[in-house]
Design a protein around this ligand. Structure first.
Ligand SMILES: C[S@@+](CC[C@H](N)C(=O)[O-])C[C@H]1O[C@@H](n2cnc3c(N)ncnc32)[C@H](O)[C@@H]1O
Length: 294
């Protein structure tokens, strides 16, 4: 991140999850922690989007459309990652770039699991403040402040008590686009170096898309007259990966990709109305495993 402020994009995706909770794909998707992790002012556009009624006026309308679009992306992304985590229960989960991820507070499947939340120090402090009133369902939550563009992940996890000899499920969701290719490579190497046999990496990344790039540009232009802060101003996109390049990067680190689906494909398997095909098509969730026991 260019600044030391807490991540704005983490708030945006949390808002999307809060919009979707109880309204989209019921029975498959739920995140009761999302609304609880938001501050009162951040809940206002969420409540508006949850009415399903577009408000009058330019600024509220832009915000409404943004909330609705993010919710549609978050549902297949969250479900795919949750399924991959449940499918491979491990004593340790590491969430890299955790933001306002609520899994440690909402997934009963993590009752025997220690969750390590890695994030940029400013974002992590913000998360600690916001999560104070929540009770974890995970066995324990350990916060690991790391700026991935400056500090080694391996040493930070070692110091926090992560056990490289025990299998781990890694969640790396919505973070890769904000890192350079070199930073992604360094993080993959650190993750792979701490993957006991049977470990699993669940990775959400963006594939290159001119259409999605144009869409973000339009969204930035629209937010200006709406006087909304542009989250991508301080958190610019830095890397996109083809499925082949991700597969090669992970294979070089000894991780074998088992599945790699775009969010549009995942969304079409769910009981939701698909409206934002383009943004769904460029987001992907890959599941890669370290061969061995598991
Ligand atoms: C879009 S948010 C995603 C948060 C969360 N994974 C989710 O999906 O809800 C991006 C996250 O990446 C983190 N991040 C971005 N650059 C980082 C860096 N250099 N070091 C550590 N974390 C970083 C931000 O702090 C933020 O929490």
């Amino acid at each position: 991140m260019a600044t030391r402020e807490a991540s704005r994009t983490a708030v945006l995706v949390c808002q999307g999850r809060a919009v979707a909770h109880g309204r989209m794909a019921p029975g498959r998707y739920a995140d009761p922690t999302a609304m609880a992790l938001l501050r009162p002012a951040e809940r206002v556009p969420v409540e508006q989007a949850r009415t399903g009624q577009a408000p009058k006026g330019w600024a509220p309308r832009v915000e409404y459309e943004s909330m609705t679009a993010i919710a549609e992306v978050m549902v297949p992304r969250t479900i795919a990652i949750d399924d991959a985590v449940r499918d491979r229960p491990h004593p340790q989960v590491v969430i890299v770039g955790a933001g306002l991820d609520g899994r440690a507070w909402r997934m009963p499947e993590l009752a025997d699991t220690v969750v390590y939340e890695v994030d940029h120090p400013a974002s992590q402090q913000d998360k600690r403040d916001r999560s104070q009133a929540l009770r974890p369902l995970a066995r324990a939550v350990r916060f690991v402040p790391v700026d991935l563009s400056r500090e080694p992940l391996d040493a930070a996890l070692e110091a926090a008590g992560h056990d490289r000899a025990q299998p781990t499920t890694w969640i790396w969701e919505g973070v890769v686009p904000y890192l350079t290719r070199a930073e992604v490579g360094a993080a993959v190497a650190a993750i792979a170096g701490r993957c006991a046999p049977g470990s699993r990496l669940v990775l959400n990344y963006q594939s290159p898309s001119v259409v999605a790039w144009c869409g973000r540009l339009v969204a930035r232009v629209l937010t200006r007259p709406a006087r909304r802060p542009d989250p991508l101003g301080s958190e610019p996109r830095r890397s996109a990966w083809t499925p082949a390049s991700i597969r090669a990067q992970l294979a070089a680190a000894g991780l074998t990709v088992a599945t790699d689906d775009d969010l549009l494909t995942l969304a079409r398997r769910l009981p939701i109305a698909v409206r934002h095909r383009r943004s769904l098509r460029s987001g992907r969730v890959a599941v890669a495993d370290r061969p061995g026991a598991g």
